[in-house]
Write a protein that binds this ligand. Structure first.
Ligand code: NDP
Ligand code: KPL
Length: 289
């Protein structure tokens, strides 16, 4: 299969490295400089202290660069999507969005009127260290769902090195990941702690419980206990990791807060509900940004 990946960031490079085992992969970058670097060096994937080199194509983004792929993985941050809307509209390829948060859903809905669109949740941890190197910091899986139920023909198959799980309901899949990110990311970004501290510090745990109470009510999470156990297990599994939002703050990059807590606050406003903890955390992250 011919796979294009827009965004040579942590997730774009990680997916590119694994998919290059079985597919012809092109990384579609913002700059010619990064494309040149990737063409010359390949993607360097670092896993368990070993470095693997994967040969891929790379090209800077343009409408022409995106036609005739079997699938284009859209791996830019939420706030960068606006810049590439016209390119996405212009392509004849199927699209796969992997963003955290919910702001992309309106765009996905619109694009799915005339093309096949998939949404996904990436449960891997990845860290980019230069233009062509990515460290696989946490091995997980990718969940994928077709945005329109009648468009079910995802062109990538699962394998042991890079497992893919198919989900029936895109909304439930995205909501489950949203709650995880809405809980862990802002709290760790404001408190400046690794994920595990949210459970290990009794005071932070009280805050975690109150935030969960508020968000699960707002989003009408049916399986309250199951969802809480799920988030706590992610905190334990990633106990020593710094969340992506905390890393964004530390490295003075924009965060994805608008598409995570911003979305929760939009739901609160539509219902005319108060969400004092969520709105305080939103303002604190925006202030730090
Ligand atoms: N990192 C992780 O562990 C995880 C990330 N995710 C999600 O995956 C998505 C991507 O995250 P991540 O890879 O970490 O982000 P990064 O910031 O590492 O990468 C984003 C990439 O997109 C590129 N980009 C931005 N605008 C354009 C454009 N107009 N054309 C082409 N490329 C562009 C950036 O290029 P440039 O550097 O030149 O600006 C950058 O290389 C996010 O929504 C995140 O929430 C989900 C789970 C885990
Ligand atoms: C699951 C979690 C919270 C892991 O850190 C994550 O997705 C992130 O940091 O964005």
């Amino acid at each position: 299969m011919k796979i294009g990946i827009i965004g040579g960031g942590a997730i774009g490079l990680l997916m590119g490295a694994y998919l290059a085992e079985e597919h012809a992969v092109t990384i579609v970058t913002r700059s010619e400089g990064q494309a040149e670097d990737i063409r010359h060096n390949g993607i360097h994937l670092v896993k368990d202290g070993q470095e693997y080199i994967k040969k891929v194509e790379a090209a800077p983004i343009s409408v022409q660069s995106l036609n005739d792929f079997d699938l284009i993985v859209v791996a830019v941050k939420q706030y960068a999507l606006e810049e590439i809307v016209s390119v996405l509209e212009g392509t004849n390829s199927s699209l796969f969005f992997v963003q955290n948060g919910m702001s992309h859903v309106e765009l996905v809905k619109r694009l799915s009127h005339d093309k096949t669109v998939f949404v996904g949740v990436v449960e891997h941890g990845a860290l980019k260290t230069n233009h062509h190197t990515v460290v696989h910091t946490g091995v997980g899986l990718v969940k994928v769902s077709a945005y329109q139920q009648n468009q079910w023909n995802f062109p990538i198959t699962s394998n042991a090195d890079f497992p893919i799980v198919y989900e029936e309901n895109p909304h439930d899949m995205l909501t489950k990941k949203l709650v995880v990110n809405a809980m862990i990311n802002p709290l760790t970004a404001v408190l400046g702690v690794p994920n595990g501290d949210l459970l290990n510090n009794g005071y932070y745990k009280q805050l975690f419980d109150s935030l969960f109470e508020e968000i699960s009510g707002l989003l009408q999470i049916e399986d309250y206990n199951g969802m809480k156990v799920h988030i706590e297990s992610i905190c334990r599994k990633t106990a020593r990791n710094y969340s992506s939002m905390l890393r964004d703050i530390q490295e003075q990059r924009p965060t994805e807060i608008d598409s995570i807590l911003g979305y929760v606050l939009k739901v609160a406003a539509e219902k005319n509900w108060r969400a004092p903890i969520t709105s305080s955390l939103y303002l604190m992250v925006k202030g730090k940004e």
